[in-house]
Write a protein that binds this ligand. Structure first.
Ligand code: SF4
Ligand code: SF4
Length: 619
């Protein structure tokens, strides 16, 4: 079976209002990331959490939909109506119309719980008369009973061993109709949905729905009082038991003296019920009184419509009871009371201790320190939902709460967090600025390198000497126009498709004696200078240089068979080029590194070589 209440994670906004409202701390908060969770075993079904939840995220087990199939069964179905109807349905002008609406919905019998109240009231009067020095807590409110069974187990023997009115009424109906009947309690409390599960045998009640759910059923079935005739409750009818929805109504129904100096019963309703139980526990020897307790008057129970006005409901109930009493056949009521005088109304209770062990002091002190509380304290702001900081620290130690529920803790953490975020943001800003600068610098360097590379490329092409640069596989990386010219027409055509013959295999373009020099330099990282090679009728002077060890080599090749005049001209022009671009080559050298330096070296080598040749010739 589903729990009585559960939190819808989608709707919950983690405001913890429910935690603050829960009188027994049955709602656990485990982490900030996970929504609060109701612990069914600790819950006493008071419904305060649902009333406190603004977004309506707390869902109450739906029993309305379970009623529809029950009403369609062959078996007779009887409604047990709590007398609180008068407060809940002021819009229905006559209670007899209300009875007929229930019959129209599908109920075969409609009974008042008020007669059950009369029976129970009489049983209490007898119990109080017979109690000799033992004081009881009346057990008509399921929330009070659940609280004692779960949190004040020492008082379980003080719970009055008398069935609640609805269970007494169930016994009456079953004694009239036999057991072949389905009983549905229409209740002002959500706690009734669980309470009825504990009644068995002739006090069994098959389903409990709230007044709110009954309203929805009327609306869904389009049932309105204006269309209907009067109909009365099935006998036996109740008498002053109809006052039960008011806290001391049962005392009046029992005819127990309520004079303050004589009454044997103290009536407390509302959240003071919990303090009253503590007082009973601590001071009953001095108080010497029975306790009539309700967490909520039934008139204002959590199964009634929200926003109802208490005094208004109370006055409506009193009017309703007066009307009923005026037409009540008192003799018939007395006879019914006599007829059921032997009905067994006894019941038992079971302790179901849910109190948690106290955490060790050192653990508690550690948590208090974390909360900025230097020592245990009996006071607190209450924002966390606990009466004191010590209670809150205890709940944290017990796994029911987290420090973030404390405003002070959260605000301090938030400040720390904001500060660390500010620092991180500043650092991030600085890193971004440095990155931006370095990107811009890298971009400039890239641009300069590109320009330098372009200059080198152009210079190479202008050189009268033949130049070729290749990789370790002897694939051409770069050549100049003179080199391509030397290779002949085929190479020129290829050059048009693949500029500079990039990627071409040197071995297919030059004879072995020629490219073997490149292979040697790559293998030994040793440059070869001024090696004369005969090629296609020309004497070529070849110098091969290491540009990058075992990876890249370059060669400068001069046609030694060119006329002397041409050589001089070449020397002259190359000298000019070198002079004009010396500083440029130095800059390129910086940027391009070894490649540019090698180019400069190669150029110088050509010049020196021509100068040398000329000097020798002149001599
Ligand atoms: S009161 Fe409602 S919204 Fe707030 S934490 Fe509780 S369930 Fe969620
Ligand atoms: S119904 Fe009452 S006891 Fe249960 S979780 Fe809600 S507030 Fe707590």
């Amino acid at each position: 079976m589903e729990p009585l209440l559960k939190i819808n994670n989608e709707t919950c906004n983690a405001c913890y209002a429910c935690v603050r409202a829960c009188p027994v701390k049955a709602i656990r908060v485990q982490t900030e990331k996970v929504k609060p969770e109701i612990i069914p075993d600790r819950c006493i079904g008071c419904g305060s959490c649902a009333a406190a939840c603004g977004p309506g995220a707390i869902e109450i087990r739906n029993t309305r939909d379970d009623l529809i199939p029950l009403l369609k069964q062959e078996k007779k179905v009887a409604a047990l109506v709590d007398p609180s109807i008068a407060g809940e349905f002021p819009d229905i002008t006559d209670y007899r119309k209300f009875v007929q609406m229930l019959r129209t919905l599908g109920f075969d019998r409609v009974h008042e719980v008020a007669f059950g109240v009369d029976l129970v009231a009489r049983a209490y009067k007898d119990l109080f008369k017979k109690s000799r020095g033992k004081y009881y807590i009346m057990s008509n409110d399921p929330v009070t009973v659940s609280f004692i069974e779960k949190y004040k187990t020492g008082l379980v023997p003080n719970l009055a061993p008398i069935l609640p009115p609805v269970a007494a009424a169930a016994k009456v109906i079953r004694s009239i109709t036999g057991n072949d009947v389905i009983l549905v309690y229409i209740s002002p409390l959500i706690a009734s949905k669980d309470e009825i599960l504990r009644f068995e045998g002739d006090s069994q009640i098959d389903l409990a729905i709230t007044f709110v759910e009954l309203r929805e059923l009327f609306t869904g079935a389009n049932i309105h009082e204006t269309d209907l005739e009067f109909s009365d409750f099935n006998a036996p009818l109740g008498y002053k038991g109809s006052f039960f929805p008011i806290a001391n109504g049962i005392i009046q129904a029992a005819g127990i003296n309520e004079e303050l100096h004589e009454t044997p019963v103290v009536t407390i309703e509302g959240e003071g019920m919990i303090d009253a139980i503590k007082e009973f526990e601590d001071n009953i020897g001095a108080i010497k009184s029975h306790f009539n307790l309700f967490y909520k008057e039934f008139l204002m129970g959590r199964g009634t419509s929200m926003g109802g006005k208490r005094i208004l409901r109370r006055s409506q109930l009193i009017k309703y009871v007066n009307k009923r009493l005026k037409i009540l056949d008192l003799d018939a009521w007395k006879k019914s009371m006599d007829d059921f005088s032997d009905l067994d109304l006894s019941r038992k209770f079971k302790a179901d201790d849910q109190s948690l062990p106290k955490p060790p002091e050192n653990k508690l002190n550690k948590i208090l320190k974390e909360l900025d509380q230097l020592e245990a304290t009996d006071v607190g702001c209450g924002a966390c939902g606990y009466a004191s900081c010590t209670d809150f620290a205890t709940a944290i130690a017990q796994g029911l709460a987290i420090p973030e529920m404390c405003n002070t803790f959260s605000s301090k953490n938030r400040q720390d967090h904001i500060q660390s975020l500010t620092i991180s943001n500043e650092k991030l800003g600085q890193a971004q600025e440095a990155l931006r600068k370095s990107e811009s610098m890298a971009q400039k360097e890239k641009e300069a390198a590109r320009e330098a590379s372009e200059i080198v490329r152009r210079m190479l092409h202008k050189l009268p000497s033949m130049v070729v640069i290749c990789d370790q596989q002897l694939k051409i990386i770069q050549t100049n126009d003179s080199f391509i010219e030397m290779l002949g027409e085929d190479a020129k055509e290829i050059n048009e498709v693949v500029p500079g013959l990039a990627g071409a295999d040197l071995k297919t373009l030059l004879p072995y004696s020629f490219y073997n020099l490149f292979t040697y330099v790559l293998a030994h990282n040793e440059s070869i200078t001024n090696r004369d090679i005969s090629h296609e009728g020309k004497i070529l002077n070849v110098s091969v240089f290491v540009i990058e060890k075992n990876k890249t080599v370059g060669a400068v090749i001069r046609d030694m068979s060119a006329p002397e005049v041409q050589k001089e001209e070449v020397v002259k022009r190359l000298t000019e080029v070198i002079d004009k671009n010396l500083s440029l080559v130095q800059q390129i050298g910086f940027i391009m590194g070894e490649g540019a330096s090698e180019t400069e070296r190669m150029l110088n080598s050509i010049i020196e070589s021509y100068k040398l040749k000329k000097e020798l010739k002149d001599k």
